[in-house]
Structure formats: C-alpha cells, structure tokens
Design a protein around this ligand. Structure first.
Ligand code: SAM
Length: 250
C-alpha cells in the first residue's frame, strides 16, 4: 500500500480527497495512506516564519530551507517508525517533467513518496539540490502552489489501487493506459434530439463492440495525438489489424 507524506503549508486542501469520491474509497479501504506535514509547525522562531525575501532582490518570497528540512525529517522518521524505507522525495514544479499515466502507474505500485508543495516564488534551491529526487509538473502553466498538482497526482494514483474503482476494467480502458486515447462513450436515451447512439453499441455483439471501440480509440488518437501513435509504432504495440484500421482513416 503506498503512503504519501505531503509537505504543505495548506493541509486543508487535501481534506476533500479524504471525504469525497474515488480517493475517499482508496483511503477508507486502506489501499493508500496520506499524511501531511506543515513546515510552519517546524519553524522555530516566534512568528513561525516559513518564507523570506529572495537574495538578489525581486518580487515575492521564497520558502525557507530549514522548516522544510525539519518537516521532511519528521515525515521520513514517521515512515521509519512504521517500518518503511526512506521515501523518494518529489517536488511539484513547473520545471519538472510533465506527469504521465506511465509515471502514475509506477507510483501506484510503489511504497509511496514524500510530496513537496511549493508556494510563493518557489522554494530555496538548496532544499531541491539536497533532497529532491524528482520534479513533476502538471503542465505548462503556473499554479499558485503545489497542492493542486499534488491532489491531481494523488487522485490519479488512488484510482489505480486494487478494488478502488467500481469495475476492475475501468482503469485499463482509460486514456493512456494502453497508449491510446479512450473511445467515445454513450448512455441512455438511444436518441437525443435527433442524435443517435452508434447502432453497433446496441447490437449486443461484444466482439463487434470491442472492435468498434478499438477503432474509435485509434481514430481519435490519430486525429488528436499522432505523437502517441508514433510511440505505439516504435514500441511495436499496434497489431496488423490496428494498422489496417489506421490506414482506412487516410
Ligand atoms: N516562480 C515559479 C516559476 O515561475 O516557475 C512559480 C512558483 S508557483 C507561484 C508556486 C508553486 O506552485 C511552485 O513552487 C510549485 O510547487 C507549484 N506549481 C506551480 N505551477 C506548477 C505546475 N505547472 N506544476 C506543478 N507545480 C506547480
């Protein structure tokens, strides 16, 4: 079971994960554990300072290295007390590698990690140099803090824990799981304001339905993310039938 220890100034962000939806199920079932550590609790001055002005001038504030380091030590020793190994340390940062489903799968099967959420202009580089193993970005835009990135990461990891999703197949059929985007989905009614559900989905013929879904996945991926098709080709993950379906789109 992975355990994630989050270093954050805003632990309240994570409460909805414990109380709502799929993530809640993961925590309730003991499929995943979460603890947060506030660097402010590890600041030793009377004002519980966690940030200071940047050397060299400029706008904003920078998170101090010492409270973060103490919070990290507390998280790691709590894991040790629980009989766990020292965890890798991940920092959410626009400078990180973009989060992918491959990485999510890797962390879902791991013993977890310490997740560091930056705030303000970011955190003192010396903390990163000494302690951070991996930097993860949610995308090419700037958030106000790492909490929302950490929540996205935790949500994606939670839904891959065994028994957490309603159907065991759900996660396997999701976008990126087999390298392609997911196919379109439909539900009742069969006709809505002149728009019809594709007849094959009402046919009850499971083999035809599976082929239709695979073809629509290939089509959508070819249209929107040809880079993913190129990766699948490089890794020999497309069958002769997949190639035929792609050729018929040209
Ligand atoms: N000065 C930083 C820059 O321009 O790269 C932005 C700092 S941002 C206001 C504060 C914190 O939010 C960062 O330290 C990081 O932890 C988090 N953050 C912002 N954008 C992010 C992204 N795209 N992915 C992951 N974390 C992000």
């Amino acid at each position: 079971m992975p355990r994630f220890d989050v270093l954050t100034l805003f632990g309240e962000y994570f409460e909805p994960l414990r109380t709502q939806g799929v993530c809640r199920r993961a925590f309730d079932r003991g499929a995943m554990a979460l603890q947060h550590w506030n660097p402010r609790d590890f600041s030793i001055d009377t004002h519980h300072t966690v940030d200071d002005r940047p050397y060299g001038g400029g706008p904003g504030m920078v998170m101090l290295v010492e409270p973060l380091e103490r919070a990290l030590r507390a998280a790691q020793s709590s894991r040790e007390t629980a009989g766990m190994d020292t965890a890798p340390v991940l920092l959410f940062s626009p400078a990180g590698a973009k989060l992918t489903q491959e990485q999510v799968k890797r962390w879902a099967c791991s013993a977890g990690a310490v997740l560091v959420c930056g705030r303000y202009e970011g955190i003192d580089q010396r903390f990163i140099d000494r302690h951070v193993d991996e930097e993860i970005s949610l995308g090419d835009y700037v958030l106000s803090g790492g909490e929302i990135a950490a929540m996205a990461f935790l949500d994606a990891v939670a839904r891959l824990q065994p028994g957490v999703l309603g159907s065991a197949d759900s996660a396997q059929q999701d976008s990126f799981s087999d390298g392609l985007l997911d196919c379109p989905h439909y539900t009742r009614p069969p006709t809505h304001t002149g728009l019809h559900v594709p007849a094959v989905l009402l046919s009850g013929d499971h083999a035809r339905i599976a082929r239709w879904r695979r073809d629509r996945s290939l089509q959508l991926t070819q249209e929107r993310r040809p880079d993913l098709i190129a990766i699948m080709r490089r890794e020999n993950r497309l069958s002769a039938r997949d190639e035929q379906a792609l050729a018929s789109l040209d």
